[in-house]
Design a protein around this ligand. Structure first.
Ligand SMILES: [Zn+2]
Length: 388
């Protein structure tokens, strides 16, 4: 027997275990009556304890409500059930807020709800109208007015056949046969729903739209409601406050210092690139002057390895080994201009491979060495001297 519809505010109950089994390492129980709401209709299930055993998940299987447990229970046992009330109340707030928002979108834009997801603190509601800021803002304001009206939220069953006479916001799913459960926010909204809701609209607020975006030809709206909206606001506010303190300004004034920091960063980065370019050019000219026969071996700053290497490879007549000391390794660039007759691959095999080099490339070989820069330079120098 499901007790949650009649007693949505009750968090404790007594029941008897009428079925208990273990399957694939998981333990299950069915009770003669339960307050645990199963995962259904976009609403996450309740958790809590049964006879002190944690309830991990609750599923609806046919007519039965099946509780998945951390440890097994015995059939026939009488147990005390306790819901995680904080979790359940948040679910009730989300669900009621979704009804209130659904009606608000109908009134502000004529939009109908296509789908909802309320499995997390940030919920989504998919609507059939194209995204429009004005409609979204108006719906949010209307929804919060409906919250402040503190209207009663009622639920009752009607015959499926009479549904058309009840002025429901949405035509009920044709899958539901027989009796239909209606949830009414008095004076505001009426819709078929099997979920759990708060008793008055005031308990579902505040309702905060967080963002919206185009989704499948309509609009997806993200929202938070009740405690969860307040908690989100608290986290965001603290973050802004911390940022404000770092910039010696108020939480709502941080945009300006961040923008000027960003601007300064972009300017410095552009300058930095220009300066590096200029410096790489000078390093290259210096090497050309130091090695008049254009067979070059030298250590360069790590940042300059590729920049200088690339320039030298384009200089007619150059053959070079550049090495650089990176944090914990030696990096190298072995390169030549296409006018040089040496075989770079053979040179690499003869000089760098014996030192344990890794890397590759055709006209420019880039890689790392397990030896200090000077060892590689000396190996290159003596090899070039030997081959004349
Ligand atoms: Zn509902």
């Amino acid at each position: 027997m499901r007790m949650y519809w009649e007693m949505p505010y009750q968090g404790e109950f007594e029941a008897r275990v009428i079925g208990a089994w273990t399957e694939g390492g998981a333990h299950y129980a069915v009770l003669d009556r339960t307050l645990f709401y199963p995962t259904a209709g976009g609403q996450a299930c309740d958790t809590g304890t049964l006879g002190g055993v944690a309830v991990l998940e609750v599923q609806e299987e046919g007519d039965q409500i099946v509780h998945r447990l951390e440890r097994p229970l015995r059939e026939g046992e009488r147990v005390l059930g306790r819901l995680d009330w904080s979790r359940r109340y948040r679910h009730m707030q989300r669900h009621t807020a979704e009804h209130i928002l659904g009606q608000a979108f109908l009134r502000s834009g004529g939009w109908q709800v296509r789908a909802v997801n309320m499995m997390g603190a940030v919920c989504t509601i998919d609507l059939d109208g194209p995204p429009e800021e004005g409609i979204v803002r108006q719906a949010e304001a209307l929804a919060n007015w409906a919250v402040y009206a503190n209207a009663e939220v009622r639920s009752y069953f009607i015959d499926q056949a009479e549904a058309a006479h009840h002025g429901l916001r949405r035509a009920p799913s044709p899958k539901v046969a027989g009796r239909l459960r209606v949830v009414e926010v008095v004076g505001w909204d009426k819709v078929a729903c099997g979920g759990l809701h708060v008793a008055r609209s005031g308990e579902a607020g505040p309702i905060k739209v967080l963002k919206f975006e185009r989704y499948k030809g309509g609009t997806r709206v993200y929202f938070a409601a009740g405690w969860e909206a307040l908690e989100l606001f608290e986290r965001e506010h603290r973050l802004l406050q911390r940022l404000g303190e770092r910039f010696s300004t108020g939480p709502l004034e941080v945009e300006k210092p961040i923008a000027s920091l960003q601007e300064g960063f972009y300017r410095l980065r552009a300058e930095h690139t220009l300066l590096k370019d200029e410096l790489a050019e000078r390093i290259m000219r210096g090497l050309l002057a130091d090695f008049p026969n254009l067979t070059i071996w030298a250590q360069v700053p790590d940042w300059a390895l590729e920049m200088v290497g690339k320039r030298l490879a384009e200089w007619p007549g150059v053959l070079a080994l550049l090495v650089a000391q990176a944090e914990d390794k030696t990096r190298y660039a072995l390169l030549k201009h296409k006018s040089r007759r040496e075989n770079l691959e053979a040179l690499w095999e003869a000089v760098l491979k014996p030192l344990g080099a890794r890397g590759g490339g055709a006209l420019v070989k880039l890689g790392v060495l397990p030896v200090p820069p000077h060892v590689a330079l000396e190996a290159f120098r003596s090899h070039m001297a030997a081959v004349g």
